[in-house]
Design a protein around this ligand. Structure first.
Ligand SMILES: [Zn+2]
Length: 358
């Protein structure tokens, strides 16, 4: 049958519909009418426009993450080479936040995640509370490292390698500690109480990137930095590691419709991290890497199935809605979970009692 291709929203399959349905020419019942050359030209032009628009959208989805990451790496390089790392870090950090904020509205991955979850105060509260002491703690560890290893690195560190390779090596070394800190936080019930604060969100967006209980943040920073301490990383590697990790974290949690292809086998992308926030333990206890996926690949926790994850994320445990309640929650965990369980059970019993008996 003669027809034109029709393109729906993203991911929709191409379908072929009769030209008459496409509005090219009015059909008379029983037979297709002659189609004027002008109508065919218009249909082909529309077809090409739709195809080009679809290709352009796909192109933007594929280049967004690499372009933003390259920009962050370039700004980090400028900051360190000009000896102004803190100023350049802050410019990049807040610019990236602004760009992500705009992109989340223009091209969201999940429309439903744009709605408020009433957690913005708690999200920002945890971000500020965990960032300040955690950064001081990280700074003290770095000073300790420099004391032991010196500015140029310890005896174990491969100083002869190209600086860029040393930075990648440093990120992978720190990642080993971050990976196990994260995996322990999921698999050890005591640590899960703290990490549950991060996983209790019901939507992912850039604002809840830093939503970590302060104890959770301290444990992961300590393990990440400890690896660099053992390896004797030099000062510039420490700086690169500390500056790049927050940028990748921002992008990991963002609600932007992007595509990654092979990048998801190397880096921790939003595509992978959405599985990590799944309510299902089989899906959620995977993809622990913070920057790279190397350790997930080696230790068998890499998860990237060819389907779309559910937008219904969160945890099965009780988590208070208030910031202070969340801070206190890990310390009164058993009592709060038991109370919630009992309340739910009594509500179910009340409902059952009210049901008319047949
Ligand atoms: Zn986690």
């Amino acid at each position: 049958m003669r027809g034109v291709k029709k393109f729906g929203p993203a991911f929709a399959q191409e379908t072929t519909i009769p030209l008459c349905e496409a509005g090219v020419h009015a059909c008379k019942p029983g037979r297709e009418t002659e189609i004027s050359k002008e109508s065919v030209k218009m249909a082909i032009a529309n077809d090409i426009t739709h195809t080009n628009a679809r290709r352009f959208r796909s192109f933007i989805r594929y280049i967004t993450w690499p372009v933003l990451m390259i920009a962050c790496v370039w700004m980090t390089h400028l900051g360190i080479s000009k000896d102004q790392p803190i100023i350049y870090f802050n410019i990049t950090y807040f610019s990236l936040a602004l760009i992500i904020c705009v992109l989340e509205r223009i091209m969201p991955h999940e429309e439903c995640w744009l709605k408020s979850d009433g957690q913005i105060v708690a999200d920002l509260g945890h971000t500020v509370l965990s960032k300040i002491p955690a950064q001081i703690w990280a700074g003290l560890i770095i000073l300790g490292i420099l004391e032991v290893a010196g500015n140029d690195g310890g005896v174990l560190w491969p100083k002869s390698w190209h600086p860029a390779i040393q930075v990648i090596f440093g990120l992978l070394v720190a990642e080993f500690g971050l990976y196990w800190a994260h995996r322990f936080a999921h698999q050890w019930p005591f640590l899960w109480r703290f990490h549950a604060v991060h996983h209790s969100v019901v939507r992912l967006w850039f604002v809840n990137t830093g939503r970590f209980h302060i104890m959770d943040a301290m444990v992961s920073i300590s393990l990440g930095q400890a690896m660099l301490l053992i390896a004797g990383a030099p000062e510039f590697v420490m700086l690169w590691t500390a500056m790049l990790t927050p940028f990748i974290g921002f992008l990991t949690h963002c609600n932007i419709d992007m595509r990654f292809g092979l990048l998801s086998y190397i880096f921790n992308t939003p595509e992978l991290h959405r599985w990590h926030h799944s309510r299902s333990k089989e899906e959620g206890n995977t993809n622990y890497g913070e920057n790279f996926m190397l350790w997930d690949q080696l230790f068998g926790t890499f998860f990237n199935p060819p389907r779309r994850p559910s937008p219904n994320i969160g945890i099965g445990d009780f988590m208070p809605q208030s910031f202070w309640g969340q801070l206190k929650c890990p310390f009164v965990w058993d009592r709060q979970q038991a109370e919630t369980h009992n309340n739910e059970a009594s509500s179910m019993n009340n409902l059952a009692a009210k049901k008319p008996k047949i």
